[in-house]
Design a protein around this ligand. Structure first.
Ligand code: FAD
Length: 321
């Protein structure tokens, strides 16, 4: 089976997000023998074209305009729809990121197509790409296949393997001119919160704190452990509600969904809403004083103890490696 697949490369902080390469990995399965076309939208994005090709895109189409410097729903959807009209793909794959979650339903409704969102794996069965996605807050999985019409999916970061980068690969990078006038939204100014270290949704290691951390200062040893492990700090909603940390760190049903290689939960009880955001992590370590805490139900390794004693020991141990 050969299908033409379009993937959107997502740029943040002047580099391509990993989920762009994972989208190419997914596209390779969906395309079969078909072509993978990378799409880049922004103001100076052509320079990222080669990297998409090195990760497996066959060619790249860019839409550049200074009004696309910042993401806006109407600007990016105008640009992406123009590429879709030109390329006429059979499959479109975008990251299940803030951008993807905003853009994909808008595009899907304009194209009158379905959308399979938050896909965690993809395989080919009987010639059709079959997408697996979690349902009921991650308690079950459903498999979806679209046998007719456009197949449109968003993929959860950190779940689908990217292809191996091949610096010898080359391909065409072309630009498409799109009229980006009359936007209903204009971003005047972007105020960034100083975020420390690695992006939470793409981190391989997450050290997360809950209400058991007890204060803002209580997060310091967790930050240190995350730093030693090259990871990011996350939190339960309990910790965010108590103002121990910023809501941007919240993991769970109403926060971020993460799937790192290693998730260390410190002083988190394991409420179902928290598990919805982290239970698909590859290895879960729980540190909790209460041996009956629900978090131990999903943990691969459990440490019953005071986090303020256990975390410094882990820092010492890992720092020595
Ligand atoms: P607690 O439940 O208070 O647990 C604290 C834990 O710390 C306890 O298990 C305790 O034994 C342990 N502890 C205390 N001191 C120590 C110590 N010194 N060392 C080791 N362990 C210690 N929650 C989320 O996290 N994410 C969400 O996205 C989310 N969305 C929600 C959406 C809705 C609609 C609702 C109703 C709730 C949502 N919640 C969410 C809240 C969720 O139900 C829980 O209230 C919350 O996760 C509890 O946070 P916690 O585990 O940090 O706190």
């Amino acid at each position: 089976m050969a299908r033409k697949v379009l993937i959107l490369g997502e740029i943040r902080n002047s580099s391509l997000r990993n989920v762009s390469f994972e989208a190419i990995g997914a596209a390779r399965i969906a395309a079969g023998e078909g072509e993978i076309v990378g799409v880049l939208i922004g103001d100076h994005v052509q320079l990222f074209g080669n990297e998409l090709i090195q990760y497996g895109a066959d060619r790249v189409v860019t839409v550049e305009d200074d009004k696309l410097k910042q993401y806006t729903s109407d600007g990016f959807s105008k640009a992406l729809l123009a590429v879709i009209n030109q390329e006429n793909p059979e499959v479109i794959i975008i990251g299940h990121t803030s951008l993807g979650k905003d853009l994909s339903p808008r595009i899907a409704s304009k194209l009158d197509s379905g959308l399979i969102s938050d896909v965690t794996s993809i395989e080919e069965i009987d010639g059709n790409p079959v997408f697996t996605r979690p349902i009921y807050s991650g308690k079950a999985f459903e498999r979806k296949v679209i046998t007719d019409g456009l197949v449109f999916a968003t993929i959860r970061p950190n779940n689908i393997e990217p292809l191996v980068k091949d610096e010898a690969r080359s391909g065409e990078i072309s630009s498409l001119s799109v009229d980006i006038r009359d936007l209903r939204t204009i971003v005047k100014n972007v105020v960034r919160k100083a975020s420390e270290g690695v992006d939470l949704t793409e981190a391989n290691v997450i050290v997360a704190g809950g209400r058991g951390v007890k204060s803002k200062e209580g997060f310091e040893p967790l930050k240190e452990l995350a730093k030693v492990l090259g990871g990011a700090v996350g939190a339960s909603r309990g910790a965010c509600d108590a103002d121990y940390c910023d809501y941007s760190l919240q993991i769970g049903q109403t926060g971020k969904v993460v799937t790192p290689e290693l998730y260390i939960a410190c002083g988190i009880s394991g409420a179902i809403q928290h598990l919805a955001g982290m239970s698909n992590s590859k290895v879960i370590v729980a540190i909790n004083k209460d041996p009956e805490a629900n978090i131990f139900q999903v943990a691969d390794y459990g440490i019953v103890g005071d986090l303020f004693e256990v975390v410094p020991m882990l820092i010492e141990e890992f720092a020595a490696v």
